[in-house]
Design a protein around this ligand. Sequence first.
Ligand code: SAM
Length: 292
Amino acid sequence: MNKDIATPVRTNEILKKHGFAFKKSLGQNFLIDPNVLRNIVSHAGLTKQTGVIEIGPGIGALTEHLARGAGKVVAFEIDNRLLPVLEDTLSPYDNITVIHQDILKVDLLQVMEEHFADYDDVVVVANLPYYVTTPIIMKFLLDKVPISGMIIMMQKEVADRITAKPGTKAYGSLSIAIQYYMDADVAMIVPKTVFIPQPNVESAVLRLIRKEELPAEVIDESFLFEVSRGSFVQRRKTIFNNLQSSLQNGKLRKEEILKALERASIDPTRRGETLSIKEFALLSNELYGEFF
Ligand code: SAM
């Protein structure tokens, strides 16, 4: 087996050889602990029939571990300075394709067709750039990319919000948007010391597994997310007050909101944080009926 990229000594050698300087604005915090990498990959359940999409390979620390376990890895890197580095570090592997592109601009359905048509199962595994964690996850979910799950490193605080349950402080529109599609749990907490440079915050690896069945049928998913966002604008306010001021710029009349809440059997004095995803789905369908 090839020598791991992710040791402090080898990583520093690679950075020096290529004269690479980190760009903070691209969320460049590279992993330098092979045990953490093995642990991340163990949660992905890879086999040679698995395809992997990686976001931000950096110098290839995680990419090589993925290539050892999976059939094929397609990695998207935005920073063109890393392309020659990756060509060098990943040269021992023949099942990796590195694509120089901003993941937010990628046509993911086309990627699935072009690269993974022969694979039973495709997963996303990544140590995400923290400045775009949520847009990246939401892109995969809203574009309906047929992946079975995601194993992704992010700020612990964001992972806590994504996995939060109703009735907790961290529960909010992000928990709802993601848990509508995926079962979410924190697979491991990761200290700052396993990165170079060290981030300012603690990190966590989030495991998302596609739900076999959605919690409820909704007429319009983007409207469900608008309703849930609107319900948390001021956490201390009731759901009725929040919806009245925030929904579609306050265009819906009081009586219409109250009617929708009643039909969804939701007491208007409750706070958004007490509603389950199913209740939000019911409410959004009733409000949709009043609106459109
Ligand atoms: N995977 C490497 C590791 O674990 O050591 C690097 C992870 S580092 C946290 C994030 C990586 O994402 C960097 O290489 C950065 O250049 C890249 N990146 C940042 N924004 C990106 C984007 N929008 N699309 C693709 N890659 C991006």
